[in-house]
Design a protein around this ligand. Structure first.
Ligand code: MN
Length: 741
């Protein structure tokens, strides 16, 4: 990495022109595959336009600005393997944002594809990231852009890489901000897309600016150990080379140190010094072989390696049989060297190596731009799977996606030893759905490493999982809390919807039968009548509630039926009270935030409003008065609606706590035929049978009609209700009701 402090820049226009042309030619040479004439023409046009548009601009270093887009385009071509369309867009990537060129002009000159990419790049650069807690909404914008054309992200990564390479000229605070952002957002993105080379560079450069001392220390030590390392590697690889030569392999062996960032991570994670990190380098054997022989040849190489060195059995990674989600293919093993040191050996074909260095784009580097775009689309489709869950809200969607995109994958195994990749944090239930949606639906638990665990168990790298199923099992609502993969979420939601539909079918039959028994027709009109009676807004929901036993048809007993038409009484909408409650809830949040009444510990100044005389157990709410503290009203208080609509902001939700500690004054009114001893009967019910303290009682008798009112202290609404029930059983009383004041 050459990032020496630059000397003051001296402007020499003639020399600059030459330099621009030479860099442009360099760019053209780096474009993979054969270029069409149109491709070349398009690139030249983009180059000319970019030169013109940026001609007045210079970078912080003093250099002409155009160096930047040319270099970004070159990275796209040489380091990511992108073709003419991307190179064109890369050359233009800063024009719309920084110069007078408009997007419409770009579209007129280069067509919709290039314009869309340039537009995406312009939009991304307008998004402000907060590295600590990035706003979900901003993140979503980036992802939506990504979903439009993945080349936007690839070019953005190239742009970021060049900016990181030229970060020296920025002030310190900017360096820190850009470096953190790179580490937080762009390096993981590169990783997910399989661009290991770019990911490593981004991480190393970030570390260089974030922790310069540590970075320099590791860099120096790596340099110092280079000669020793080279000697070791050539000694180590000698017997392997002999075997490979004997078998006639065409191959290349590299002994490359790992990235500084990954060494630093190891030091942190294992709490060791640089000297104690045993695998600062890995040996890579790249065989040049035909596509169909790749796998067999890689394993042959593996057998040569292990002929000479003892492998560590738990460190074999076969990403050839099962490539990583981002396309990475390679065979990794760790073997013991004669010096008693573990050495990681990576074995792969030339094609696999290119993919590992440049990501999936490399697959198609020798093909046409169009095929290339198709391949990228295929990769994008995989990412889109995650986006395809229509039920998830914007935030869910970001969380799902972020999880799948950024967290490292874990590898787990089936009982037969088949490897499954899952995002880390995945549970046994995720695993079940990954195997098959049927297995997922019927999952009742799992054995992880032969131990029985619940289906919500979080899996760890290397776990072996056996799913236990039952035909009787069905997905439950709370399963959605136990899964992280988009696939499992989607399947569970789908199953829940199906269940509801099925149940609605059962309910429909129940309704059909009930109507038949009543002698009523099973038609829309009658169903609507029933729906209205049960306050159900749509038929499916109504049937569903019938099947669940929430809408009780039996409670209707013998409804009036004339000519097959069903006539139902207007049912007092029980929801009316609830609606008000719900409104209060909406305004004041959940139970937890309610004002607790009857709790001696909370000394909240409240008074029970005399207009409706609430008692414990009544549904109540608090109303903040202007100068008399909080007044408690019953939810069905005649004044409630008015209070609600005029001063909703002064409503507080309230609920009752203890019962027996408090007594409330309640009134009961009754009416009936005058009879001998009725006064005695009533007072004895109230005072003796219920052990209630009466405050006042009054009777009035007129023309044989007996009327009375009692004010008594009760504990709560239930208490009052049972008292009234007892009074109703007095034969001569035919009306008993609560009075509010
Ligand atoms: Mn740029």
């Amino acid at each position: 990495m050459s990032t020496a402090q630059s000397a003051p820049y001296v402007i020499d226009l003639e020399k600059e022109r030459e330099e621009i042309i030479s860099r442009y030619k360099d760019l053209l040479r780096s474009i993979p595959g054969e270029r069409t004439r149109e491709g070349t023409r398009m690139i030249r046009k983009a180059f000319n336009i970019a030169v013109e548009a940026h001609k007045e601009q210079r970078r912080k270093s003093g250099e002409p600005y155009i160096y930047h887009p040319i270099e970004v385009a070159r990275i796209c071509a040489a380091e990511i393997g992108l073709g003419a369309t991307s190179v064109t867009a890369a050359l233009l990537h800063d024009t719309v944002e920084d110069t007078d060129l408009t997007l419409d002009e770009v579209r007129d000159m280069f067509g919709p594809t290039v314009a869309t990419i340039v537009d995406g790049l312009t939009k991304i650069s307008g998004v402000q990231f907060q590295t600590d807690s990035m706003q979900a909404e901003n993140f979503r914008k980036v992802l939506l852009t990504l979903a439009q054309d993945v080349r936007v992200i690839l070019i953005k990564l190239a742009d970021r890489l060049h900016n990181m390479r030229t970060l020296d000229n920025m002030p310190r605070d900017k360096q820190l901000k850009i470096a953190s952002e790179t580490l937080f957002l762009y390096a993981p993105l590169a990783h997910r897309l399989g661009l290991y080379n770019i990911k490593n560079q981004l991480e190393d450069l970030s570390l260089k600016y974030k922790e310069p001392e540590i970075y320099n220390e590791i860099e120096t030590k790596l340099k110092k150990g280079e000669a020793v390392r080279k000697r070791f590697i050539s000694r180590f690889t000698l017997p392997i080379k002999e075997s490979l030569d004997k078998e006639g392999f065409t191959y290349e062996i590299k002994g490359r140190p790992k990235s500084i960032h990954s060494i630093y991570n190891k030091m942190l994670k294992k709490n060791v010094t640089f000297e104690e990190v045993y695998d600062v380098f890995a040996i890579r054997i790249i065989v040049d072989t035909k596509h169909e022989l790749e796998k067999a040849d890689c394993w042959r190489v593996y057998s040569f390696v292990t002929d000479h060195y003892q492998p560590s059995p738990d460190r074999l990674r076969d990403w050839i049989s099962t490539p990583k989600g981002n396309g990475y293919e390679s065979l990794h093993t760790t073997v013991m060297s004669p010096g008693g040191r573990w050495v990681e050996v990576q074995i792969r074909s030339k094609r696999m190596d290119e993919i590992a260095e440049m990501g999936l784009a490399a697959h198609y580097r020798y093909k046409s731009d169009e095929e290339h775009a198709n391949a990228l689309d295929a990769m994008l489709n995989k990412i889109r799977e995650t986006l395809n869950d229509p039920g998830s809200s914007a935030l869910d969607f970001v969380n799902d996606f972020k999880l799948n995109l950024f967290s490292d994958e874990i590898m787990v195994f089936t009982p037969k030893g088949e490897m499954i990749n899952l995002p880390s944090g995945a549970t046994a239930l995720d695993f079940a759905f990954e195997i098959h949606s049927q297995v997922g639906r019927q999952c009742i638990g799992a054995k992880v490493n032969h131990k029985l665990v619940p289906l919500s168990q979080t899996l760890r790298n290397g776990d072996q999982i056996e799913i236990i199923t039952s035909k009787k099992q069905q997905p439950k609502d709370d399963w959605l809390n136990y899964v992280v993969t988009a696939k499992a979420r989607h399947k569970i939601k789908q199953a829940l919807r199906e269940q509801k539909k099925k149940l609605a079918g059962v309910g429909r039959e129940v309704v059909q039968q009930a109507l038949r028994e009543w002698g009523a027709k099973f038609d829309t009109e009658n169903i609507v009548a029933l729906r209205d009676y049960f306050h159900s807004s749509n038929s499916n929901d109504f049937f569903w509630q019938v099947a669940r036993g929430r809408n009780d048809l039996a409670a209707l007993k013998d409804p009036v039926v004339k000519n097959g038409r069903l006539f139902l009484p207007k049912q007092e909408r029980p929801k009316d009270e609830r609606t008000l409650e719900e409104v209060i809830k909406e305004i004041r949040g959940t139970e937890g935030s309610a004002l607790t009444l009857g709790d001696e510990l909370t000394r909240i100044d409240y008074k029970l409003s005399p207009c409706c005389n609430p008692i414990a157990g009544d549904d109540v709410f608090g109303f903040i008065t202007a100068n008399d503290g909080i007044r408690i009203h019953r939810v069905n208080c005649p004044n409630a609606i008015q209070l609600m609509s005029n001063s909703a902001h002064r409503i507080v939700k309230a609920r009752w706590k203890g019962k027996d500690s408090v007594e409330f004054l309640a009134g009961i009114r009754f009416k009936g035929m005058d009879a001998v001893g009725i006064v005695n009967k009533i007072t004895s019910i109230i005072s003796r049978e219920h052990n209630v303290n009466m405050r006042s009682i009054s009777f009035d008798s007129n023309d044989g009609i007996f009327e009375g009112k009692v004010m008594a202290y009760v504990h709560d609404a239930d208490h009052l209700r049972s008292l009234m029930d007892k009074l109703r059983r007095v034969p001569s009383l035919n009306m008993v009701e609560r009075v509010d004041s």
